[in-house]
Design a binder for this molecule. Structure first.
Ligand SMILES: CC(C)(COP(=O)(O)OP(=O)(O)OC[C@H]1O[C@@H](n2cnc3c(N)ncnc32)[C@H](O)[C@@H]1OP(=O)(O)O)[C@@H](O)C(=O)NCCC(=O)NCCS
Length: 103
């Protein structure tokens, strides 16, 4: 089992351009981002960084290889990777995420 975490200062991701968004968020995530805004983007970013850290990015994943959606109860999950568990928390200034990868 491997673990990774990441913390993002929310203002760092404010007013990012289209190119950045296209690099980080999948099409489905972009649909949610339109509804939910900055916190959502920060959550996806922190989560994907945490997963890459947990994997030591040996798989050479890009942000778009990972899709983080929310179940009906709000809990986040990584589409297509049952062995990756994630959790996200937002505060006004910071967002953090932890990822657990079962090998
Ligand atoms: C889940 C809960 C602990 C979130 O706590 P919070 O302090 O308000 O918010 P945080 O910033 O710490 O966490 C938000 C993140 O928690 C995650 N989350 C939301 N609901 C969750 C749940 N049921 N289980 C695990 N994680 C959850 C999401 O990833 C969310 O971030 P995202 O929307 O960007 O993906 C809180 O809403 C709660 O206790 N909910 C009870 C369960 C509930 O009401 N479910 C809704 C039924 S429809």
């Amino acid at each position: 089992m491997k673990i990774g975490c990441d913390i993002v200062k929310n203002e760092r991701l404010q007013n990012k351009n289209r190119r950045f968004i296209d690099l980080i968020l999948t099409k489905k995530e972009q649909e949610e981002y339109k509804k939910k805004g900055l916190f959502y983007l920060c959550g996806r970013f922190a989560c994907k960084e945490a997963i890459m850290k947990a994997l030591d990015n040996t798989k050479k994943l890009t942000y778009l290889d990972l899709e983080i959606l929310n179940k009906e109860d709000g809990s986040p999950y990584c589409v297509n990777y049952d062995n990756i568990k994630i959790t996200i928390s937002h505060e006004k200034e910071y967002t953090m995420a932890v990822a657990l990868v079962e090998e």
